[in-house]
Ligand binder design. Structure first.
Ligand code: HAM
Length: 457
C-alpha cells in the first residue's frame, strides 16, 4: 500500500472574499451547468451527428488541453477583445506560470499544428474538436461561463473553396437538425487593407463620438471595427452610415471574397451579406461568417445576440504567434445553444428525438427470487457479449415493477426468470407490445431473441 499524501494546511488556498460560509452547502457555479442523464441523449445525438459529418468531410479529431499559456490567447484572440479583456479565467499557477482556461479552440489547434510539425503532413490538415470552453461573461439563456464547442478547422491551404465548404458543412449540420438558419457573411480584409479601413471608421465616428456608448468610445482608439458589432441603440443608428469594408478591400481580399460567394452560389446556399459582421476575435482575415437561427418567436429566450456558430479565415494567426504564415480557415458551433433550438424543433414536432434513439434496449431481463437473480446476472452478461442491447433492474424484486420499467424504457421483449423456470431449464419470453408470452428452452434464449430481432429489423 502506498502512503497517502498528507494535505498540509498551509497549501490550501485562502478562503475567497465571498467565502467564509462554512456551513453553506457548496453549489454549482453561476454560468455552469450539470448535464444530467435526461439531457444526455441530446448530447449524444449531437456528438454522433458531428462524428458523421467529420467523417463525411474527412476531418480527424484533435483534443487539446483545457489549460493553455495565457499568452496564446493574448496574441491570437487579441489584447483589446472582450474575451481577453473581460472574460478569461486566467491565473498564475503554483509554478508561477500565467495560464488560463481556454476561451476558444482555434488558437490551441494552430498551436498544436505548429508544435507537432503538422506542416510536414499532406496539406490541408483537417481537424475537428469537441469540448468545453470558458468565458467569464454575464450568464443568460444560451450564454454560459462553461460551454461546449464543436469546431472544424482546415489548416495549411488558402483556397477560397475551403471557406465555402466550411460554410456548407455548418449549413448541413443545422439542416440535419431541422434548424432553420441564416448564413451571414462578410470579409474583414487583411493587415494590408484593414488599417486604411480602420482609419476611415475612426474619421467617420470621431465627429459623432459623444453619441457613442462608453464601450465604443474606448473602442474608437483601440479596436474601431468592434463598434460595428455594438447593439446599443445610439451606436446602432450611427453604424448605418459608416463606411463599409467591402469598398476598402485590397485586390487579393476582394477576389478571394468574390470566389467564396461564387462557390456558395454554385452550391445554391442562401446567404446574407452583412457589412457589419466583424466577429469578436482579432485573428480573422478575409472571410468571416456566422450562422444565426431564423427568428419567429423567441421560445428559447435566446436574444438577438445569440449566433449558433461563427468562424472564418485566419491566415495570420500563426504569424501572431511568431511563426511563419499558415493559411487556415474554420468555424465552431455552440452546442448548448443548438440543443436549445433542437428542443424548440421537437416541441414544434419538426424534430423527432425518438427516431434518433435507435439503440434503445431491445430486451429486458426480469427475475423473481434469489436463484433467478443469480442466473439472470449471467444471462445479462451473455446478451451483452452477443451485442444484444439489454436492460435490467436487479435491485427490484417485484415482477410488476420490473415489467413497468421494461415498458417505460420501450424494450421490445422481456425475458422472465422465476423459480419454476429455473427448475425446468426454461425461460418466459414476453413480447411487450402484444403481451404474448411463451415458454422457451433457457439454452435457446440467445438464438431465439436474435432470430426475432432480425425479423423485426
Ligand atoms: P465564437 O463566435 O466566439 O468563435 O464562438 C463560436 C460559437 O460558440 C458561438 O457562435 C456560440 O454559438 C458559441 N458560444 C460562444 N460563447 C458562448 C457562451 N458564452 N455560451 C454559450 N455558447 C457560446 C470562436 O470561438 C472561434 N474559435 C470560431 C472559429 C473556429 N473561428 C475559426 N475557427
Amino acid at each position: 500500500m502506498g502512503r497517502r499524501p498528507k494535505i498540509q494546511k498551509e497549501t490550501l488556498p485562502p478562503p475567497s472574499k465571498k467565502g467564509g460560509t462554512r456551513n453553506k452547502m457548496p453549489q454549482l457555479l453561476r454560468g455552469f451547468k450539470d448535464i444530467l442523464p435526461s439531457e444526455q441523449t441530446y448530447w449524444q445525438m449531437m456528438m454522433s451527428k458531428a462524428l458523421k459529418l467529420a467523417q463525411d468531410y474527412g476531418f480527424q479529431k484533435i483534443d487539446t488541453p483545457l489549460l493553455e499559456e495565457t499568452s496564446l490567447f493574448l496574441r491570437s484572440v487579441g489584447k483589446e477583445t472582450d474575451i481577453v479583456q473581460k472574460e478569461m479565467y486566467a491565473f498564475t499557477d503554483k509554478g508561477g506560470d500565467d495560464i488560463c482556461l481556454r476561451p476558444e479552440g482555434t488558437a490551441s489547434v494552430i498551436r498544436a499544428y505548429l508544435e507537432h510539425g503538422m506542416i510536414a503532413w499532406p496539406q490541408p490538415v483537417k481537424l475537428f474538436y469537441w469540448g468545453p470552453m470558458f468565458r467569464y461573461s454575464r450568464p443568460q439563456s444560451g450564454r454560459y461561463r462553461q460551454f461546449y464547442q464543436l469546431g472544424f478547422e482546415i489548416l495549411g491551404e488558402s483556397e477560397p473553396v475551403l471557406d465555402s465548404q466550411l460554410v456548407l458543412l455548418a449549413y448541413n449540420f443545422f439542416k440535419g437538425l431541422e434548424i432553420e438558419i441564416e448564413i451571414q457573411i462578410n470579409s474583414v480584409g487583411c493587415p494590408l487593407c484593414r488599417p486604411a479601413y480602420q482609419r476611415s471608421l475612426i474619421n467617420y465616428f470621431k465627429p459623432k463620438k459623444r453619441l457613442l456608448c462608453p464601450t465604443c468610445l474606448e473602442r474608437l482608439s483601440k479596436n474601431p471595427l468592434r463598434i460595428l458589432d455594438c447593439s446599443e441603440a445610439s451606436c446602432e443608428e450611427l453604424k448605418d452610415g459608416a463606411p463599409q469594408i467591402i469598398d476598402w478591400l485590397c485586390e487579393e481580399c476582394k477576389n478571394h471574397f468574390i470566389k467564396v460567394l461564387e462557390f456558395l452560389d454554385e452550391l445554391e446556399l442562401p446567404y446574407d451579406l452583412n457589412p457589419l459582421l466583424v466577429r469578436g476575435l482579432d485573428y480573422y482575415t478575409k472571410t468571416a461568417f456566422e450562422i444565426w437561427p431564423i427568428f419567429k418567436e423567441d421560445q428559447a429566450g435566446l436574444t438577438s445576440q445569440s449566433a449558433l456558430a461563427g468562424g472564418g479565415r485566419y491566415d495570420g494567426l500563426a504569424q501572431l504567434l511568431g511563426q511563419k504564415t499558415i493559411p487556415a480557415s474554420g468555424f465552431s458551433i455552440g452546442i448548448e445553444r443548438t440543443i436549445l433550438k433542437v428542443k424548440e424543433k421537437e416541441k414544434e414536432g419538426k424534430f423527432d428525438m425518438d427516431a434518433w434513439e435507435e439503440r434503445r434496449p431491445d430486451v429486458f431481463i426480469a427475475q423473481l427470487g434469489e436463484a433467478a437473480k443469480r442466473k439472470a446476472l449471467n444471462l445479462f452478461e451473455s446478451f451483452r457479449e452477443h451485442n444484444i442491447l439489454t436492460s435490467e433492474c436487479f435491485s427490484k424484486n417485484s415482477l410488476k415493477s420490473q415489467l413497468e420499467q421494461a415498458s417505460k424504457i420501450g424494450a421490445k421483449y422481456t425475458f422472465i426468470l422465476g423459480q419454476k423456470e429455473i427448475l425446468d431449464g426454461t425461460i418466459l419470453l414476453r413480447e411487450m407490445e402484444g403481451g404474448v408470452q411463451e415458454i422457451i428452452d433457457y439454452e435457446k434464449a440467445i438464438s431465439e431473441i436474435k432470430k426475432r430481432l432480425e425479423m423485426n429489423h
